[in-house]
Design a protein. Structure first.
Length: 185
């Protein structure tokens, strides 16, 4: 489990290398020089390395490194293009979805997570993009038997195979995920 900080470091270094490449600097200065889409649909697999248990089954502490595995689906609807910085190649969207992970401390042996975040995307060239997610999520024990509001913060990157499909990786709280993004519209 000590590999997680290394994984985060490798992800950040990869994003930094792409951002510093001459081609990336040329493309990021061109607004609208990215796939034309209105929605991004992303099925993915999850690894949750940390979670709060909110007092489930009498445990009243953070349960760090009690790894959970699962699957999920996220949809992001584009709200602005270009977004907060009009002179660079960026978009912003509202992202929402559902994730399910196993949980040995939960009543129904699984956790249901429903995130809603603001996603800020940066397109470096025709192959690489990065994003940051910030928002909230509803975490529940089973099918909303008990539910808690929590924060969500993640960074990620995409390798674009073409204008419609990309390999997506995201790391942050509450999980690490790898999936495939489909750009539609």
């Amino acid at each position: 489990m000590k590999a997680l900080p290394s994984l985060v470091g490798v992800a950040l270094a990869g994003v930094a290398l792409v951002a510093l490449a001459p081609e990336a600097q040329a493309n990021i200065k061109n607004p609208h020089d990215h796939p034309d889409y209105t929605a991004e649909l992303e099925p993915h697999g999850n690894l949750a390395f940390w979670r709060r248990d909110y007092g489930l089954r009498g445990y009243r502490r953070y349960r760090d490194f009690d790894t959970e595995f699962g699957v999920g689906f996220r949809a992001t609807i584009e709200l602005g293009d270009p977004a907060f910085v009009p002179k660079i190649n960026n978009t912003v969207g509202i992202s929402f979805g559902v994730d399910i992970t196993n949980c040995r401390y939960c009543y129904d042996d699984f956790t249901l997570i429903s995130p809603v975040t603001l996603q800020w995307n940066f397109f470096f060239n025709d192959k690489w993009s990065a994003f940051a997610d910030l928002g909230v999520l509803v975490r529940s024990d089973g099918f909303y038997r008990e539910a808690w509001l929590d924060f969500a913060t993640m960074i990620g990157g995409r390798y674009h195979f073409n204008d419609e499909v990309a390999l997506t990786m995201r790391v942050g709280y509450p999980f690490f995920s790898v999936g495939v993004s489909f750009f539609t519209g």
